[in-house]
Design a protein around this ligand. Sequence first.
Ligand SMILES: Nc1nc2c(ncn2[C@@H]2O[C@H](COP(=O)(O)OP(=O)(O)OP(=O)(O)O)[C@@H](O)[C@H]2O)c(=O)[nH]1
Ligand SMILES: [Mg+2]
Length: 201
Amino acid sequence: MDVPLAEYLVEARAPGSWPEVGPVEIAFAGRSNVGKSSLINTLAARKGLARTSSTPGRTRGLVFFRVQPLGKAELRFVDLPGYGYARVSQQERAAWKTLVEGYVADRPTLTAVVVIVDARRGVQAEDCDLVEWLLSAHRRPCLVLTKLDKLARNERKPALEAARAAFVRAGLALPAPPVGFSSQTREGREALWARLLEGAA
Ligand SMILES: Nc1nc2c(ncn2[C@@H]2O[C@H](COP(=O)(O)OP(=O)(O)OP(=O)(O)O)[C@@H](O)[C@H]2O)c(=O)[nH]1
Ligand SMILES: [Mg+2]
């Protein structure tokens, strides 16, 4: 997928300070350091669009990007701050919840939330909590296993199956099987674009 337009729009750090409602939005959520910002850059084919870092907790606010895939309507990508980082105070955790939940619950143009899991670590309790909450808020989760390059080829399919099984065990029905992805090799990029555009249509 060629992406002729990909640019930073704005970062919102206070609840309700979102940009005016416009094109359809797709949000990217997941544990701190899982590779959310890298995945946005890979989809957009722009190296430094979303800020990435090996230090967890890099993305603080909600960062909005304008993105237009070739021949399709303009969209927005929303990079959400990560969760599950141990060295964060109760107060910061509560602020995260207010910020993210406020956006996800009320944003009329939000069509999908991409839930990103580290293929090596697998699905964790917080990931299940997020998906459970998304489903209860009638938001469509799209599960992605990233950093697939860190697994041997023969470990990839079992990892995808294990992720799906973890949600089933938690009693959570995902609308579609997980997409395997790597920001390093760009594996899964076309499959994820297809999935996202299917949802946006
Ligand atoms: N090998 C490999 N490394 C990756 C991949 N995706 C991200 N990384 C690395 O993982 C680290 C975190 O990536 P980010 O994209 O900043 O992660 P994030 O989820 O946005 O992190 P926060 O904003 O801090 O929550 C960086 O060092 C990336 O280079 C991947 O697919 N493969
Ligand atoms: Mg980030």
